[in-house]
Design a protein around this ligand. Structure first.
Ligand code: NI
Length: 137
């Protein structure tokens, strides 16, 4: 019997969607306003879900405090109030789209999982635009 537990988190960050090997004009054509050379920010919302069996001793799937602290050190402390393009090494050569950000976050967080647990990460870039990533076990 597997149960899913979820934790919400939040960070603010700036980014710019562009390719160095494209002209400003081509970047503007493909990425529109998100290619603004002066960057722009988003209020990112995160939902991290861990699925697994309930530990018979604790009654937990995962200790929420452990999950909360892990999200803080791995994601919030690294991304919050940062310029993703300039300050987060993973995005120096990877375009910081919501799709790429959610995969980077997943890879940072998955270290906490036990072999019988799986994880799903949902990242909201705006209240209406969100992406979901999980690796199949
Ligand atoms: Ni944007």
């Amino acid at each position: 019997m597997n149960v899913t537990v979820s934790r919400k988190a939040h960070f603010n960050a700036a980014h710019r969607l562009y390719r160095k090997d494209w002209s400003d004009q081509q970047n503007e054509l493909i990425f529109g306003k998100c290619s603004n050379p002066n960057f722009h920010g988003h209020n990112y919302e995160l939902i991290v879900s861990v699925t697994g069996p309930i530990d018979p001793q604790t009654g937990y799937v995962i200790d929420m405090k452990v999950l909360k602290d892990h999200i803080k050190t791995q994601v919030e402390d690294v991304f919050d109030h940062k310029n993703l393009n300039l300050e987060v090494p993973e995005f120096m050569d990877t375009i910081p789209t919501a799709e790429n950000i959610v995969v980077v976050i997943y890879d940072k967080l998955k270290k906490i999982l036990k072999p019988n647990q799986s994880m799903e990460v949902v990242l909201y870039e705006t209240p209406r635009n969100f992406v979901t990533y999980s690796e199949k076990l």
